[in-house]
Design a protein around this ligand. Structure first.
Ligand SMILES: *Cc1c(COP(=O)(O)O)cnc(C)c1O
Length: 394
């Protein structure tokens, strides 16, 4: 059987063997609870603090501004809900964008049901949030702005520093979901002007179920997990020591290797994009042509469904994703693609390739060999495509 080609690194990444190795002792002989006083515990505590320093260094933060969580979802929930409630005496207005991950959108909807007002900003055809729209949406009751650094579906990189500057000038809490960017492209909290950001280890070769939140010294977010006094009383629960060590190692490796990896992936990305446009007609790139993640290619293919393409790619041992990560089991197209102004049909016909460090030139060749056949086969069976091309009378 052909080698399996994994092209869904926006969904998750394989854990780097060096990270697995760094984690192993913390499952077995080094099992101490970091909150205890004897050496077994203090060793765990030191490992947690080393990881914290590693994560802080990767994002230009101070170690005491980094809090460990169970992942990107928890960090986003905590920042949005905790950030809103910590500032509720100042107002109740929140600004977000139409293309946020569900881990931000749903907490915003929750807050809307509990007395907060939410303005959801539109994006342009490339998925970019206009900082001028943020300015126009501000009211004297605005207490939280949350817009993502790069979108997980279309890869568009947002003008976060500019939006952050607007918030900072007015003392408004600015959260940004950096789950797709930390460990992939440079993220520096001082340049982004953010008060909080979300990190997930499994998106950059670390383990699943662990992440971090950066909370700027002086910024406020009510605790979201309550219990023991861990993480300076801000995030209770016995530390996931092995996971945190894995995240720390992922941060250390990213700091050393990310630049080379992203330069190499950019070449693969661009070769895949131009190959697709050369070989397949009636396709369109989703997201911004240049302001995009180095590893993301998202394509709309006229006349066919993303889900069918995924299945046929899978039969070719290629793992890809459709624009709509059909999470709910419903057939709603992706809210991100719809926000770009696409029709339901176009949004349904999208496919996402996201590269990671083990991908090669040969993998791009394999995709470019398989993709045109997949498209031809599905289009041949598609009444929609025939109709769009005017090949049958309607
Ligand atoms: C994956 C992802 C999340 C969720 O992170 P988890 O660690 O899987 O909970 C949040 N936001 C974005 C943009 C993501 O890509």
């Amino acid at each position: 059987m052909a080698e399996m080609i994994y092209l869904d690194h926006a969904a998750t990444t394989p854990t780097d063997p060096r990270i697995v190795e760094a984690m192993l002792p913390w499952f077995s002989e080094q099992f101490g609870n970091p909150s205890t006083l004897y050496s077994l515990g203090t060793q765990s505590r030191e490992a947690v603090e080393t990881a914290r320093a590693g994560v802080a260094a990767l994002i230009g933060a101070k170690p005491e501004e980094v809090y460990f969580t169970s992942g990107g979802t928890e960090s986003d929930n905590w920042a949005v809900i905790g950030g809103a409630y910590a500032n509720e005496k100042k107002g109740n207005h929140i600004i977000t964008s139409a293309i946020e991950h569900h881990a931000v959108l749903e907490p915003c909807q929750f807050l809307e049901k509990h007395g907060f007002e939410v303005t959801t900003l539109p994006v342009d055809q490339y998925g970019i949030v206009d900082p001028d729209d943020v300015l126009k949406a501000l009211t004297d009751r605005t207490i939280l702005i949350t817009t993502m650094h790069a979108n997980n579906e279309i890869g568009t990189i947002e003008p976060i520093a500019e939006i952050g500057a607007i918030a900072r000038e007015r003392g408004i809490h600015f959260h940004t979901d950096t789950v797709q960017t930390v460990g992939r492209i440079p993220v520096d909290v001082t340049k982004l002007n953010c008060d909080s950001l979300a990190i997930s280890a499994h998106k950059f070769y670390g383990p699943k179920g662990v992440g971090a939140m950066y909370l700027r010294k002086g910024a406020r977010a009510l605790p979201y997990m309550m219990g023991g006094g861990q993480e300076k009383n801000r995030r209770a629960g016995t530390h996931n020591v092995s996971g945190i060590v894995g995240l720390g190692k992922a941060a250390e490796l990213a700091a050393a290797e990310m630049e080379d990896i992203s330069a190499r992936l950019t070449v693969l990305r661009d070769r895949l994009m131009s190959g697709i446009f050369e070989k397949i007609e009636d396709v369109k790139l989703n997201g911004h042509p240049t302001l995009r993640l180095p590893n993301n290619v998202n394509i709309s293919v006229d006349g066919i469904e993303g889900e069918s393409m995924i299945l046929l790619f899978d039969m070719n041992s290629i793992s890809v994703s459709s624009g709509s990560a059909c999470t709910s089991g419903t057939l709603d197209p992706s809210h991100v693609l719809l926000a770009l102004g696409m029709s339901h049909e176009q949004a349904h016909g999208s496919v996402r390739f996201t590269f990671g460090k083990s991908n090669t030139d040969d993998h791009v060749d394999r995709v470019l060999a398989a993709f045109p056949c997949i498209v031809d086969r599905l289009r041949a069976m598609s009444p929609l495509y025939a109709m769009q091309k005017g090949k049958v009378a309607v």
